[in-house]
Ligand binder design. Sequence first.
Ligand SMILES: [Fe+2]
Length: 312
Amino acid sequence: MGAVSPIIGSIAGDERKRIMDGAYDRSTEDLGNSVGLEHLNLTVPDQQTATLFYIMGLGMTRDPYLMTGLENMWVNVGRSQFHLPIGKPQVVRGHTGLVVPDLDALRQRLDAVGERLSQTRFAYTAHADRVDVTCPWGNLIRCHAPDEAQFGPIVLGMPYIAFDVPEGAADGIARFYREIVGAVARVDAANGTASASVTVGMGQQLVFNEISGELPAYDGHHLQLYVVNFSGPHRQLAARGLVTEESNQHQYRFKEIVDPESGKALYTLEHEIRSITHPLYARPLVNRDPTQTNRAYTPGHDAGRWAKRPGA
Ligand SMILES: [Fe+2]
């Protein structure tokens, strides 16, 4: 019998047997170069309306430490954020997926803000396993109940953003993320249309769904990713003339997703790319329990949780 490695040798009982038997599928824990989708940035024209929708309606938490004035607000969603600077409203060409702890409580909060948002595009539709919400300016936000099979332990977070893209673009988009960003990407095809899914963090994806017909013009919204290999994508993007902003030592931006084989532009979507040495990386975000009220108050339960306990 061969020698047991010192590391495995220090693990006792069933755990040791599972390792020795190769019972774990290690690949399910793999991430590619992108390790976090942190924020989606959408300009909004009116912070009071944004507060009603994102904080009172969706039940998210305004960042108490940064962007606390009237020009911008950061809204925490578990370990991700919406960034909402003041400006002409921007709308994602697709939809943003959120996980929220309790869909019934969400519906009650949305009903409570409905009247005050009645002159806007705000609306929602409840389904068995999700609530589709339209923000006051037309962004579709698909709110899911926690689901371990789909989202792991996350009970509050931003598991995906799904973009509508032109027919024929999905293969090249997946190649772009694989070969230039270094992310894990795959393409699924069904009914003649394809969809590219890119892993951008733990339980987080960017999804690119091919659709027929015209897309609205790109309006300048952006998202932000943290990458481990920071210089590699930059080198490739710079060689293609695709870097649009050298923000600082820890951040750059690009806007065009191109097919690395042909160089053809496939989709416009500004990405803010940060290194994991960026000072904001893994910053703890404050989340509250939006079911707390002054009239039905439970001491010690002000904080919201973004993940549930194992087995809970
Ligand atoms: Fe940003």
